[in-house]
Write a protein that binds this ligand. Structure first.
Ligand code: DX5
Ligand code: ZN
Length: 233
């Protein structure tokens, strides 16, 4: 099962991918809302996990991820904004996470947790807050599957994209090219129809979008629109 999932993940790695964040979804109608992003061509489902300590907001935990797992076959991209993520990665993997990312700012032993995420069969990502410089993770870039660059301060959906992050995306893409690294670049926060193309041109591969999809009156149309905007860039 895990092997099949990994093959599927490898196949989609080459394309630009849209990862709607269900943080902004209507949880009373989650099943329909996920169906709408599937019809629109979403590639992943982004799950934002917040504990009220690492970030000043609480969202949901492994039980909800497990419920989402039963609603869709799309890979689940689980972004951990929690203290001591090392204590919970197995729980989220067992709940159905295919990609697991941890904040550089939130772990003491980054290399250890990245190895552990890979051992349990998930793709491993490191997240950087907007103001954390890229050089903090230069030694681990060759070992990770993706880097998630936050383009808002984590904790809430619906915030404005921080413009200096675009430069960070292109710097990271240049580093990847220079050293022939294989990691993907994911961008999360304030991504919408007005900025997604320039974020793509800067070098982003996976685009997280919450409110610019789920707060629109037509969720499927919003998904299709964002997918079209990244298709050729
Ligand atoms: C912020 C979360 C984001 C957020 C994105 O802490 O990591 O995934 O939900 O939402 P929008 O697209 O509304 O900024
Ligand atoms: Zn996120």
């Amino acid at each position: 099962m895990w092997l099949l999932q990994r093959v599927k993940l490898i196949l989609i790695e080459k394309m630009k991918q849209l990862a709607p964040s269900i943080l902004s979804a209507d949880f009373g109608n989650l099943s329909q809302q996920i169906r709408m992003i599937e019809i629109g061509g979403a590639d992943l489902v982004h799950c934002d996990i917040m504990d009220g300590k690492f970030v000043p907001n609480i969202s949901f935990g492994p039980m909800v991820v497990k419920a989402v797992r039963e609603l869709t076959k799309l890979p689940l991209d689980v972004h951990l904004m929690i203290d001591k993520p090392e204590n919970y990665i197995e729980d989220f993997r067992n709940a159905g996470a295919d990609l697991l990312s941890v904040h550089f700012e939130g772990v003491h032993h980054l290399d250890r947790i990245i190895n552990r995420i890979k051992e349990i069969g998930a793709k491993a990502g490191v997240v950087l807050n907007p103001a954390t410089p890229l050089n903090m993770i230069e030694n681990i870039l060759e070992n990770i599957d993706f880097v998630l660059l936050m383009s808002v301060n984590p904790g809430f959906g619906g915030q404005k994209y921080i413009n200096y992050v675009t430069r960070k995306i292109s710097d990271l893409a240049s580093i990847r090219e220079k050293y022939n690294y294989k990691f993907l670049i994911e961008v999360d926060g304030g991504v919408d129809e007005n900025n997604i193309k320039s974020i793509s041109i800067a070098g982003c591969d996976i685009f997280v979008a919450g409110s610019s999809i789920f707060k629109k009156s037509n969720i499927t149309a919003a998904t299709v629109n964002l997918k079209n905007l990244i298709k050729d860039s």
